[in-house]
Design a protein around this ligand. Structure first.
Ligand code: G3H
Ligand code: 13P
Ligand code: ZN
Length: 303
């Protein structure tokens, strides 16, 4: 399926669908198996650096195998695509959705690049996501520059009208990674409400990992150094969904679950060296994280 179809159902049902970043067989299986067990739609997301790591053909084929082997409502999505060449290669490889991230460009340059991708992807039945605003935590932006960094609702309306993009990633105070907030988590819900009023396409929340304390504790117990790690509280996610976000991107929480479990297995069974005995429990831990997100986003039972 394309994200356009998946997100149209989410808009109608007032829930959100998780986009889970994958980069190998185990992370793909974690997302796909969780979707089957939860009977949830799922967006499998692949970044250019995941492509660099694993190879586009390998990732596309394992994802297609998952999609064919079940009645999953699944899309294969390029996350943070930066150039036309990557977009073309992904659409050729069977991706049903692509993100073009022109958030670092000027407004006009972002529009021009996004429009080029839309003109290329739509005739080939692929949906397009774009990003407007800069994804950075509140503390990272000086107060006087905040307005310029976060998504402007009026600009968002113009951007969507001029590009015909299918979904828009917005900057309302979230950031990528495990260190999202130095103080209390803070998101600009007023801005999100205004964007939702002005924009008719589905809204996307990047940088939405929760960085659960229990996973951080487990990783730390087995040697990880993660002082100051902090993510999005579940309540903030629920509020973002209530205000109209329908696609939620998760990468960091899967990485943390993977790393904590690999550390645990290697530390507690020093004689073990079979990759399947090391990666199997890590795959299971990632799957449980995905299942938890599907319940939090209320996409369980919606496939
Ligand atoms: O925004 C997506 C990721 O969290 C960053 O992923 O390290 O695969 O580029 P990457
Ligand atoms: P996290 O780093 O919060 O998991 O965000 C992932 C993301 O936005 C991928 O596009
Ligand atoms: Zn992102």
């Amino acid at each position: 399926m394309t994200n356009k179809e998946i997100l149209a159902s989410a808009e109608a049902g007032k829930y959100a669908v998780g986009a889970f970043n994958i980069h190998n067989l185990e992370s793909l299986q974690a997302a796909a198996t969780a979707a089957q067990e939860e009977n949830s739609p799922v967006i499998v997301a692949v970044t250019p650096s995941a492509i660099k790591y694993a190879g586009l053909g390998y990732l596309a084929e394992v994802a297609k195998t998952a999609a064919q082997s079940s009645s999953l409502s699944m899309s294969l999505h390029l996350d943070h695509g930066k150039d036309i060449d990557t977009i073309v290669k992904c659409v050729d490889a069977g991706f049903t959705s692509v993100m073009i991230d022109g958030s670092h460009l000027s407004f006009e340059e972002n529009i021009a690049l996004t429009k080029e991708v839309v003109d290329l992807a739509h005739p080939r039945k692929a949906a397009v996501e774009a990003e407007l605003g800069r994804l950075a935590g509140f503390e990272e932006i000086a107060v006087e520059r905040r307005e310029a960094a976060l998504t402007d609702p009026q600009a968002a309306r113009e951007f969507v009208r001029r590009t015909s993009v299918d979904a828009l990633a917005v900057a309302i105070g979230t950031s990528h990674g495990a260190y999202k907030f130095k103080g209390e988590p803070k998101l600009d819900y007023k801005r999100l409400t205004e964007i939702k009023e002005k924009v008719s396409v589905p809204l996307v929340l990047h940088g939405a990992s929760g960085v659960p304390a229990w996973i951080v504790r487990k990783a730390t117990k087995y040697g990880a150094e993660l002082a100051g790690a902090k993510g999005m509280p579940d309540e903030s996610i629920k509020q973002a969904i209530r205000l109209g976000v329908t696609k939620i991107n998760i990468d960091t929480d899967l990485r943390l679950a993977f790393a904590a479990t690999v550390r645990e297995v290697l530390t507690s069974t020093p004689t073990e060296f079979d990759p399947r005995k090391i990666l199997g429990p890590a795959r299971e831990a990632m799957k449980e994280v995905v299942r938890g997100k599907m319940r939090l986003f209320d996409s369980s039972g919606r496939a």
